[in-house]
Design a protein around this ligand. Sequence first.
Ligand SMILES: [Zn+2]
Length: 304
Amino acid sequence: MTSDSSCPVCACPVEDLHHLLRACPVASSIWRRCIRPDRLDVFMRMEIKDWILVNLSTGGGFVLDIADWDVLFGLILWNLWLRRNAVAFCVINESHESVFEASLRLQRECLVAPGRVWLPIYGSGVATAVSRVNRLAVRWRRPPEEWCKLNCDEAVVTSSGYSTCGGVIRNAAGDWLIGFSRKLGICSVIESELWGIYEGLLVAWSLGLVRLIVEVDSSNAINLIRQYKEGQAALALVPNIVSLINRRRSIELSHVMRKGNKLADCMAKFSNWDDLFCHRFLSSRGMMVFQLEEDSHDSSLAGG
Ligand SMILES: [Zn+2]
């Protein structure tokens, strides 16, 4: 340790917790970027312990439209501390990421970690955040910034015995990008689930989406895809899905509880077509609006 009380980053004479986490230029520039201008003054002056507690829980109404603020806030504090120590102890920083960029990246990793299949590039993220997300996976959550989310599902039309599939793709704001539904004929539940994923990926790639989270409520379907080895698929559709997945670098497959997949379920049940084509919808239909709004409300609450 050192007897020098000045800030190693900006040389301000007194480096206390308020300075390190809020007032030091690196920190304050991040807060100005994230916090509503009319609330910034209160945000910067709150008692430090209350400030941390509020931002890690309700969010206090400070933040602009940023999902999962509690996770991001904690990661910003952590990265400010790491950056400060790297400067103080002359650790060479080989990453070109800013504190904010590193925090956003870790937030994204935390939020997709529970079902991560592809791209295990980084470490395991923050354990507490991961377990928290697992708990919250019962409801639909907005994907991180710059990502989209595909939810898909299957259904059986009991009157005809036909299976159907359907789904929806939404952006980081929770807005509807496209929905789809298709009648399949007679097939098993797991086959219908796989058809939903397959059609959903075709739709996603036709839109040119780059970063995609695929959410389904069938852990069986996820396991079949995860455990696929070339030439050993039990179901013919699996290699086709894996091939579609391999076309993009940034794709995550994760499990969601049925409650978090209700809009996709609506789309699957909507598939009472006379043909076997995949029908696409550029706007949400009246029957879906309620669920879309409910999901949007839930996920903005989750984002604080
Ligand atoms: Zn400073």
